[in-house]
Ligand binder design. Sequence first.
Ligand SMILES: [Zn+2]
Length: 596
Amino acid sequence: MTKFYEVRRRDGAARIGLLSLNSEKKQTPLLFRIDSLSAGEEVIKVIHAEDAIFNDLFQEELHDIPRGAVLLPEVHPLFTKVNEAIPSLFVDCYVLSFASAMLSSPREFVRRIIDARNAIPPDTALWVPAIATAENAALLFYMGVDVIDDTNAVIQGYQGIYQVEEGRVSLRDLEDLPCNCSVCSLLTVDELREKDSKEKLIAKHNTLLLEKEVKKVKAHIRAGSLREYVELKVRSSPFLTAVLRILDLDEEEYFEKRTPVARNHGMMANTMESLKRIEVKRFASRVLERYEPPKRKILLLLPCSARKPYSLSPSHLKFREAIERYSGRIHELILTSPLGVVPRELEVLYPAAFYDIPVTGYWDAEEREWVSSCLRAYLERNAKNYDHIVAHLSGTYKELCSRVAEDLGIDVVYTCKEGEEVTSKEALKRLKERIAELCGDKERLSGFEKKVSMLKAMADYQFGIGAGSELISRKEGEKIKISGKFPAYKLSVHGEVLARIVSEYGLLTLTLKGARRIERFLTAYTVHIGDFLPKGSILAPGVVNADEQIRVNDEVIFVGEKAFGVGRAKMSGWEMVESRRGVAVDVREVEKIEQS
Ligand SMILES: [Zn+2]
């Protein structure tokens, strides 16, 4: 039983946790100070992920550390190497052995950490010793490392290497110290150099810098923005940029299993790596697999807007005005980078209502290729269901669309002329006229119908095709009501709420009644619990089984002999099963099952 480590918060593979040492509880991401380790203040049980002994590790890693400064023999009694015969359940923190070998290549860096993390239980901490710097720490934590130390900072300091956030600089090249720490703020460059040999001040600065970086990473994990921070951090080094690209290409499964389905935080897509984010790929695949377009005569392709949800932007208000009288015959699909295509009904979901991109009018080849592939996949699957396809697009959007349509041999009616803005009077007038010609009779979609199709599509997207129809279908004698202001709709039957849209997270949430209604569609979102009635949260030990595909922030139902209820997942399904500590489900509503 894990007694000493508990994950409290997650942001992708990164975690904030509590590691209990004999003297106190420490929060991860954690920086071990090597001087405090040698003082014997902290005791944890340790085993190497690769079953090498700690002794070897430290001889290999730290043999050139000046004696007296740190660890070496006196540290050994503090760490227990767990006997192979004892199940690893007793281990709380694993140390990656020979970590410096990771620095030989970006691929090795990826391999070593991902393999170690995959080999050990999720509710144990991983310590990657001796290689952390202020430059690479964010990436280490992003990959699922929980503990680092200041060995590298100290060793490099002893060697006269002054570390900065983006790597290191030579003191000889500096006129001023680019740092405000307690060491640097009191000294000039010359004074620092003079005093260093005696007082080891550069090492002190390096450690303080690393400490500050750990604090920054923690703040980003709490805010759900570590990915954005990592994209920014890796820019300082080709090595780290290569690591991130390899992670995105080769370790998709590792990160998909750990990435929440929704966040209450914007998603900045500022770099070419942003296109490869799990959130982007997941959205694109669900639009194909978990979305049924409503049956309408015309598909209308529109460009995205800076303001989200798109419906509230000035440009989309104009589009709506132009097509409103025929809205019952039109299905709207928004073309955008990096999400590809966003059906109107899904615009308030995460990340559709949450992303932001730099808009310059220039698109790079990879961005074009990705957005085109999303449109192509959508049209291949759905084009046959429409009588006409109309594209109210200009510039690159129009170019991409016409290339895809040509490839597929699909006719598209374009309503913007070369060089015309989509919001220009002429273009909007043309849109209105062409839609009128193609539709024939007017047919306006009522506000209620719009809301119904949105709730249906969101339920399908979250739980799978079929859940949406079941949720909104009118049963014998029922009166369905949708109240609330866009996008915070509330679906109810005879005054009892079934579901509501929580726009802060871009999610549809269920009430107990709503969950009962679509229960047969929720098998993949069911957490089986033990023989108890939950009060407050459900903890991991209470989980008997949970579907592998449940992700953080998914809406789930939980079922046990004594209880049925609905809540939000706080860890992935596989993690609920493998963990022995931590909150698995935040309970929203629960009912007691009477035993017969
Ligand atoms: Zn400093």
